[in-house]
Ligand binder design. Structure first.
Ligand code: NAP
Ligand code: MG
Length: 477
């Protein structure tokens, strides 16, 4: 199988409509920011894609004031059924421009085109469709007959799902009658700015959505601005803690979606071939840049050798490389800094005595790449079992009894997701009840749906996004 020759099947980069320069979006217009412009690169080639203007503190202030005006004069008092029309329009325009968004996302982020095309963009549209449906039914959502919006939301998102995270944040906020100021990640600002174009195309009233590119300082300026009522942050636990500390006592509402170190537990009665597919999807999907990635495989000792052999065989068939090639399974690491972080943690795995296996797949010379890697003989005390690697690196631990599996799965400061592989329904329920994780998948992994609440425990953050529960974060209840 792994010797099959594939002809290159590149998607055309012209579809991305890449422009040499992008500007920030404030009060319904694209304007030059007064911060230092940034250059965004394609991590698969290290080529500069575009120059992007960034926000200064004064620009943050202007955007927050525009969002406030839009909230007070238009959006906050608009009937839900009217708001819904705009949000449905945004959803349909994402679908219409899906190919463009997918190619642009793969260029800016490095993720494989089949993923941006089949997961990121359709799920982003689904979030707008789903929340548009709630806009005129908020009185029936279980938060009282007339739940009110909070006002202006300041939202900061990471680079791993740039468009999807923007949709995930903006759609519920708008459905509930809030206006937003959003800061995309420094390395992946482009699709959020095309989403801004879509807001213009949809005739969204000026100021309802504002997009401010920039680095962490812009994020910090935004979340600390006195004119916002709610902060929604997705990113690292470290920055999440900083934000929580600085918001304490301000009365701003806060939700944090942070890191994870999920256990994917395979019991001895699991269908192994299916489990292998789920393990691969759990850790190698999106280069492992997934907060809920199944980065710790817990496998029952009696089947560990057989499972590992099947897993290595399967992983060695994954194709690493050009993110625009439709056959690529694993794309580029998003930045040199992230690549170095992955290399450093993998080296710690070697130093602490774990056994490293690396896929023999060819890896491009240029660009930021890391071949899929599996560490076995991992002990719970090792850094690769405790710290989030956020890359295509799996740590394999074993267990003998179900109780031991649960204890090991929960032995983490995080608590975002978990996976359970077994043929017995009773064992699924038994284990799921004991997992301290916000999302538990059974005989599958990394399934996302706007109707299902997503969020964590402990250092993975608090608050839920998606589903009825996710509305609560944007309503005064
Ligand atoms: P990060 O450094 O926390 O960055 C996240 C966002 O916050 C970026 O937009 C970043 O700007 C901004 N930021 C940085 N410092 C800030 C500050 N002091 N105040 C306000 N905003 C600030 O995380 P990352 O390295 O980009 O992303 C990887 C991490 O995110 C991983 O740990 C991963 O687990 C977590 N994550 C969690 C979820 C979830 O749903 N729970 C989803 C995705 C990722 P820059 O772009 O300039 O850095
Ligand atoms: Mg980029």
């Amino acid at each position: 199988m792994s010797n099959w020759e594939y002809a290159p099947a590149p998607e055309s980069r012209d579809i991305a409509n890449l422009k040499p320069a992008y500007r920030m979006f404030v009060d319904g217009k694209f304007v030059e920011g007064s911060g230092e412009p940034l250059k965004t690169v394609n991590p698969a080639t290290e080529e500069v894609l575009a120059e992007v203007s960034t926000a200064s503190p004064a620009d943050v202030d202007t955007a927050v004031k525009a969002a406030r005006r839009a909230h007070e004069r238009v959006w906050g008092k608009m009937p839900g059924a009217e708001r819904a029309k705009y949000i449905f329009r945004v959803a349909r325009l994402i679908q219409e421009r899906a190919r463009e968004l997918a190619v642009l996302e793969s260029l800016d982020n490095g993720k494989p085109i089949k993923e941006s095309r089949d997961v990121d963009v359709p799920t982003a549209a689904a979030h707008f469709f789903y929340h548009a449906g709630w806009a005129d039914k908020l009185g029936y959502a279980g938060f009282g007959p007339d739940p009110r919006p909070l006002g202006v939301a300041g939202q900061v998102i990471p680079w791993n799902f740039p468009l999807l995270m923007a949709a995930w944040k903006i759609a519920p906020a708008l459905a509930c009658g809030n206006t937003v100021v959003l800061k995309p990640a420094e390395t992946t600002p482009l699709t959020a700015l095309v989403l801004a174009e879509i807001c213009q195309q949809a005739d969204l009233p000026p100021g309802v959505v504002n997009i401010l590119p920039g680095a962490g300082d812009v994020g910090s300026e935004l979340v600390n601005h006195a004119g916002i009522d709610k902060v929604a942050f997705t990113g690292s636990t470290e920055v999440g803690k900083l934000i929580q500390r600085s918001l304490a006592g301000t009365g701003k509402k806060l939700t944090l979606e942070l890191g994870g170190k999920a256990a994917n537990i395979v019991f001895d009665d699991a269908p192994l071939d299916q489990a292998v597919e789920g393990i691969v999807n759990g850790i190698f999907f999106n280069q492992g840049h997934v907060c809920c990635a199944g980065s710790r495989l817990l496998v029952q000792e009696s089947i560990a050798d057989e499972l590992l052999e099947k897993l290595r065989h399967r992983v060695s068939t994954l194709r690493v490389g050009d993110s625009l090639d439709k056959n690529t399974d694993v794309g580029a690491i998003n930045s040199r800094a992230q690549l170095e972080k992955i290399q450093e943690l993998a080296a710690a795995g070697d130093a602490e005595g774990a056994q490293r296996w690396t896929s023999p797949c060819p890896v491009p010379e240029k660009g930021f790449f890391f071949a899929p890697t599996v560490f076995s003989d991992v002990q719970q005390s090792m850094r690769i079992a405790r710290e989030e690697i956020f890359g295509p690196v799996l740590s394999v631990l074993t267990f003998r009894t179900p109780d031991e599996a649960v204890a090991k799965a929960n032995n983490t400061p995080y608590g975002l997701s978990a996976g359970i592989w077994t043929e017995k329904g009773s064992r699924i329920l038994w284990a799921a009840q004991r997992m301290r994780a916000g999302v538990v998948w059974a005989n599958t992994f990394n399934r996302f749906d706007p109707t299902a609440p997503f969020g964590g425990y402990q250092e993975s953050g608090f608050g839920r996004e998606g589903g009825r529960a996710g509305l609560e974060a944007y309503l005064d209840v």
